[in-house]
Design a protein around this ligand. Structure first.
Ligand SMILES: NC(=O)c1ccc[n+]([C@@H]2O[C@H](COP(=O)([O-])OP(=O)(O)OC[C@H]3O[C@@H](n4cnc5c(N)ncnc54)[C@H](OP(=O)(O)O)[C@@H]3O)[C@@H](O)[C@H]2O)c1
Length: 240
């Protein structure tokens, strides 16, 4: 879809990739960006935004709040489901409340927001939904058992949404980043890509109509390996 002149909404815009997405959308010429966050005071509006950034409160786990945001942001055509959480823990020992937190933030959250905004985007003539997944949605890293599973479920839901929203002229993109240099990945020692580079690649991928976006060198490399031999990637990640 064309980014220039469009209206976008980004969840989790207080920091990390979400904050960088707001900047990348400004650079790409978006007319208005709703930068949403659990605590609106945490959103830093770029100095050169010239009234193009509107801050709204939105906890994505709250379906009523998503519906309220859709009432306030009735001109949205591009929804970016960026907000997410990561807790460490294995399949046998991760506490149930942390498993639930990962599914609430990474699976039910984006679904809540997509359900609220799909009618808005459709009424505006169509557009796109972008779901931030992760490369570990393809193959699990056992120390992130709840995170992997919640993102794999979100990938499955992304495919269902793609089919459900295509007749409404709404494209659904999946993004599979590798490690990105944000708070979320602070404890991860792999080489990391900058949030600015990842955000720019996401916006470019949406503009070019790429359904599945691998926005950094590591994710592109892992995807190529996974296409050739997904069991080899599974074994490699299991040993990481
Ligand atoms: N960093 C990586 O290596 C990496 C790799 C692959 C995929 N991703 C994905 O990319 C997305 C952004 O990650 P990041 O690295 O930028 O993480 P981050 O630095 O930890 O930022 C996470 C953002 O999500 C927000 N958030 C969390 N729960 C929320 C909720 N219930 N409602 C609204 N906002 C909520 C946070 O808001 P608060 O400030 O209120 O906490 C924050 O703005 C996530 O979906 C993540 O899974 C990240």
């Amino acid at each position: 879809m064309q980014i220039t002149g469009t209206t976008a909404l980004v969840t989790g815009a207080s920091r990390g990739i979400g904050r960088a997405l707001v900047a990348a959308l400004l650079d790409a010429g978006a007319a208005r960006i709703y930068a949403t966050a659990r605590r609106p005071a945490d959103v830093a509006i770029p100095a050169d935004a010239a009234g193009r950034v509107v801050v709204l409160p939105l906890d994505v786990t709250d379906a009523a709040a998503a519906a309220a945001a859709a009432q306030q942001a009735g001109d949205v055509r591009l929804l970016i489901n960026n907000a997410g959480v990561l807790d460490f823990g294995g399949a046998l020992d991760m506490p149930a409340d942390l498993l639930a937190r990962n599914f609430a933030g990474n699976f039910f959250g984006p679904l809540n927001v997509t359900r609220a905004f799909a009618p808005v985007i459709e009424a505006n003539g169509g557009g796109a939904v972008v779901n931030l997944l992760t490369i570990v949605a393809l193959a699990s890293m056992p120390g992130l058992a709840g995170y992997n599973a919640s993102k794999a479920a979100a990938w499955s839901m992304t495919q269902s949404l793609r089919a459900a929203l295509a007749p409404k002229n709404i494209a659904v993109h999946a993004v599979f980043p590798g490690p990105v240099d944000t708070d979320m990945a602070a404890a991860i020692t792999f080489p990391k890509t900058s949030p600015a580079d990842v955000a720019a690649a996401i916006v470019r991928g949406v503009a070019e109509g790429s359904e599945d976006i691998f926005p950094d060198p590591m994710s592109a490399q892992v995807y190529e390996g996974w296409r050739q031999d997904h069991k080899a990637v599974e074994r490699q990640f299991a040993a990481a």
